[in-house]
Design a protein around this ligand. Structure first.
Ligand code: FUB
Length: 336
């Protein structure tokens, strides 16, 4: 090999090595960073399906532009893949705008995707909480009923911000409500209808002190942890508080805030959900917040930070970060 040829091959080798090393180093992302994916999104519903984490957020934009929802999946919480338009108003005849705050649950070998639509202001308007169904978490989700599942304002609760909770006995409940009121309803096993409670009532108001919207429930060590958003979602003081109860119906006595703004990191941290990682007592707070300097109400981004319980079972206030969370790969093994 002559010297020129040797030099040329050397340059090609070093160029390839540099490209490889750049690609390799981008794969070496140590933490998710916050936000965990780009774009204006809010009201994230986190879920674990098999060996994947999923996040379903509201597309955060003026109401008339909120006509679809994207989803995001990850194997490790650090690298996220976008699934565009898993739900769109083309597949919901009665929704025109304000497609809000998804909730998803796997049941009956299907995925049930609950959403709010149209931002109704009174009981003469068409809209409320609907349900769409798909065979896999990436959709496409199709409206299952052709009408809202809950289309009326009951007990003062605007029909938005639903969360579906499965108790240990297999019973499904839906918590929902905006305008400072929260109702619980009992769901039929098909998840497409609601059924009365044993006392004959269908809607039970369970509103805790300071509740505004965005209810969420999880059960840990036999206790019911009920959480909700407080403050106005368009402002800096939006936040999350919680209560602990022995029953899914409460009473839910407010304990205190567990998520709020940090003037050095972001404002308006709220409307959350919680996901369980594969480790023992490994929990993540999935929420939205407004980057510093952003004033538009819709400038909301989706973030993930660790959530910890203390030794007495109380939730420690979540520390919001720019770094986000470390990789926590799921295996197909049963979660602890
Ligand atoms: O994103 C639309 C609305 O903003 C949600 O339904 C509320 O909870 C608030 O986050």
């Amino acid at each position: 090999m002559n010297f020129k040829r040797f030099l040329f091959l050397g340059m090609v080798f070093s160029l390839s090595a540099s490209v490889f090393s750049q690609q390799h180093s981008s794969d070496k992302k140590q933490t998710s960073g916050n936000p965990v994916f780009p774009g204006w999104y809010a009201d994230p519903e986190g879920a674990v399906f098999g060996n994947e984490y999923w996040i379903y957020p509201t597309y955060s934009a003026p109401y008339d532009q909120q006509t679809f929802m994207d989803a995001f999946s990850s194997r490790d919480l650090v690298h996220w893949k976008k699934h565009p338009r898993v739900l769109s108003i083309e597949n919901i005849s009665w929704v025109k705008r304000a497609l809000w705050a998804p909730a998803i649950i796997e049941a009956n070998k299907k995925y049930y995707f609950f959403f709010g639509g149209n931002d109704i202001q009174n009981n003469n308007q068409l809209g409320g909480i609907g349900v769409a169904v798909a065979d896999n978490p990436a959709g496409p989700f199709k409206d299952a009923l052709g009408k809202p599942l809950i289309g009326q304002i009951v007990n003062g609760a605007q029909p938005i911000d639903q969360f579906v909770f499965k108790d240990d006995d297999g019973q499904y409940y839906m918590y929902y409500g905006g305008w400072g009121h929260c109702n619980i309803v009992k769901m039929a096993p098909d998840l497409l209808s609601i059924v009365p409670f044993a006392d004959g009532t269908t809607y039970k108001e369970i509103t805790p002190e300071n509740y505004v919207e965005g209810p969420f429930m999880l059960k840990r060590n036999g206790k019911y942890y009920f959480m909700w958003s407080e403050g106005g979602w368009g402002g800096p003081n939006y936040s999350v508080a919680y209560a602990i109860s022995d029953s899914p119906f409460g009473p839910f006595k407010r304990i205190g805030k567990i998520l709020q703004q940090n003037p050095e990191i972001a404002t308006g941290a709220g409307h959350h959900s919680v996901i369980k990682g594969p480790g023992k007592d490994e929990w993540y707070m999935v929420y939205h917040r407004r980057p510093l300097g952003e004033k538009d109400a819709n400038s909301r981004v989706v973030c993930v930070d660790r959530l910890y319980f203390d030794n007495d079972g109380y939730i420690k206030p979540v520390k919001i970060t720019f770094e986000g969370v470390k990789a926590s790969p799921l295996s197909s093994k049963k979660q602890k």
